[in-house]
Design a protein around this ligand. Structure first.
Ligand SMILES: [Zn+2]
Ligand SMILES: [Zn+2]
Length: 403
């Protein structure tokens, strides 16, 4: 169950499996109530133990690689976080806690949004309320849940408030999704940021100045209420220390950094080679990280005209193909484009065009939009090398890729 998609795949697979092999099978007639959570199944068997084992081996014979294991009992059974047992003419449920479970409730002092931490006791006591069916067990389980929160530094009055609320609640009322968040779904626009120690300050600034926006645009309904501040997780120590995303060492060490000719195309002799370059006007030196040739893809390249003006471009295709396009645009006098226009005005010849490859976007190993990453990198270099007209040959770019 590693990837995000795994539960969906498992669900689809299991649903087809059930329809094809379980429901139509003869022994399924002895099943009373069949409930599945992804690939965990709970059911009640109304026949002998021998026939139950027969049913299991029948299912295990369908595909050799798909094997079910079974736990059964006439007295008591654990399923997910629930214990099920027959009592008073029906089935009762109780909270199941592994004997080895440690108290891993989020510490009250943890640097998480306060509201999230303060709402944790409510969701946990509601869980108890939902799972524990027998009245005499409810208070016992609630009190031990309260104790767990107390051990993790939660203030006793906060815990008591949630416990009291939950004890007053009827079990049936704890069942619906509204029990956790009784407020109606808000139509406020969410402002999603990473949570940091500055987040509360940011929220205060937004609330304080929101009036400016709502007064300036009284007709925009989204601006009439302040946004709903919501937070996403920031990288934690684990993300920083554990890197499965290592570059393959063999490759990066063996190939030298810099811009190299492929020695097999018509552009090689106009290529400015080397592992660093100097800006013709500012004199700043830049190092090229990565190994690029005329055949590289997802590359940032720089065109340089005889007067030393620069043009920064990006391409997802082999960069030599892009250079061919640039040269033919200059030859054909495509004056609507900045580079041909400049070459025409200053009577440069296409053979005077020089270029180098300065950066690139490697294949992202964990997914991600490589093309957008490349566009952003291009913006960064246009800004860094100051190549917008009139200092360089790039024209205004849209900011929409950042949105
Ligand atoms: Zn080449
Ligand atoms: Zn020029």
């Amino acid at each position: 169950m590693g990837s995000n998609m795994a539960p969906s795949y498992a669900n689809i697979y299991m649903a087809v499996f059930e329809e094809t092999f379980v429901y139509p099978s003869g022994p399924f007639r002895s099943v009373r109530g069949w409930m599945r959570y992804i690939d965990d199944i709970f059911f009640i068997w109304s026949d002998t133990e021998e026939h139950l084992r027969g049913f299991l081996s029948q299912l295990n014979e369908v595909y050799g690689e798909l094997q079910f294991t079974m736990v059964f009992s006439a007295e008591k059974l654990q399923f997910l976080d629930t214990t099920v047992y027959p009592s008073s003419g029906g089935l009762q449920t109780d909270l199941f806690v592994k004997p080895t479970d440690r108290n891993n409730i989020l510490n009250f002092q943890s640097s998480h949004p306060r509201r999230m931490i303060e709402s944790l006791p409510r969701s946990q006591v509601l869980r108890v309320r939902r799972i524990v069916s027998e009245v005499e067990n409810v208070n016992k389980r609630l009190d031990s849940m309260g104790l767990k929160f107390l051990q993790r530094g939660y203030p006793s009055n906060l815990i008591k408030r949630h416990l009291d609320q939950s004890k007053r609640l009827k079990r049936q009322d704890a069942m619906g999704p509204g029990a956790i968040n009784p407020k109606k779904v808000s139509k406020r626009i969410p402002l999603v940021t990473s949570y940091t120690s500055c987040s509360n300050g940011v929220a205060a600034i937004v609330r304080k100045n929101w009036g400016i926006l709502s007064q300036a645009f009284p007709n925009v309904p989204e601006f009439q209420q302040p946004p709903l501040l919501s937070y996403k997780r920031t990288p934690n120590l684990k993300d920083k220390l554990v890197h499965a995303d290592q570059k393959s060492l063999g490759h990066t060490i063996v190939s030298r950094s810099g811009c190299f000719p492929c020695l097999n195309c018509c552009h090689c002799n106009s290529l400015l080679k080397g592992n660093s370059f100097t800006h013709p006007y500012t004199g700043v030196q830049y190092h090229i990280r990565g190994h690029y040739t005329c055949s590289s893809t997802y590359v940032i390249y720089v065109l340089q005209c005889p007067c030393g003006l620069l043009y920064v471009g990006e391409t997802t295709q082999e960069v030599k193909k892009r250079l061919t396009q640039h040269k033919s645009k200059i030859r054909n006098g495509a004056l609507e484009l900045p580079v041909p226009d400049h070459f025409h005005k200053f009577k440069h010849n296409v053979s005077q065009l020089k270029f180098r490859f300065i950066d690139g976007v490697p294949q992202p190993r964990r997914g991600g939009d490589r093309e957008t990453m490349l566009k952003k990198l291009e913006m960064k270099w246009i800004h860094r090398l100051e190549t917008l007209e009139p200092k360089g040959l790039n024209r205004e770019f849209g900011l929409n890729i950042f949105l």
